[in-house]
Design a protein around this ligand. Structure first.
Ligand code: DQA
Length: 156
């Protein structure tokens, strides 16, 4: 069975394409979904892609992932910087979670420098735009799928 991963998106990400394109780029949420699905197909992961403007929906979906998914990719939008509830939900379910931000939050306003999600994430990808979703799924695939030993890097 193909492992399922949830790709969850928070507030205002439904406005991508229209919203501050100089910061977030021209890709729409539908474009991100397509990037994530294609990455999933290539990597052998079934991607369940969702967006909500409501904190409770994100908490419910993270809890739902406990029994339905093996990993999470989360761009919590502004809730990244405010939500103890999302931190607690990720901690509670214990699934490998990659935090993604399209923009480089560290090069922006100081209120974006703190993330409640980062301490409970396996890794964080910031500032790489839509490609960040592809890279996040690669990181999850490496954790979740058996590796082909012939593709291991030669270090000796
Ligand atoms: C964001 C960064 C957040 O600070 C912001 O509130 C967003 C989008 C990003 O993807 O760059 O909504 O998560």
């Amino acid at each position: 069975m193909t492992p399922v991963v949830f790709v969850l998106n928070g507030p205002n990400l439904n406005l991508l394409g229209l919203r501050e394109p100089a910061i977030y780029g021209s890709a729409t949420l539908a474009d991100l979904e397509q990037i994530a699905r294609r990455a999933g197909e290539r990597l052998g992961l079934a991607v369940d892609f969702r967006q909500s403007n409501h904190e409770g929906d994100l908490v419910d979906w993270i809890q739902e992932a406990r029994t339905k998914a093996l990993g999470l990719v989360i761009n919590a939008g502004a809730l990244t910087h405010t939500s103890v509830a999302i931190h607690d939900a990720v901690r509670a379910v214990g699934l490998p979670t990659i935090e993604v931000h399209l923009s480089n939050v560290h090069a922006r306003e100081s209120f974006r420098h703190h993330s409640y999600l980062s301490p409970v994430a396996a890794g964080v990808i910031v500032g790489l735009g839509a490609d960040g979703y592809d890279f996040a799924l690669q990181a999850l695939a490496r954790r979740l799928l058996p590796r082909d030993p012939s593709s291991e890097p030669i270090t000796a």
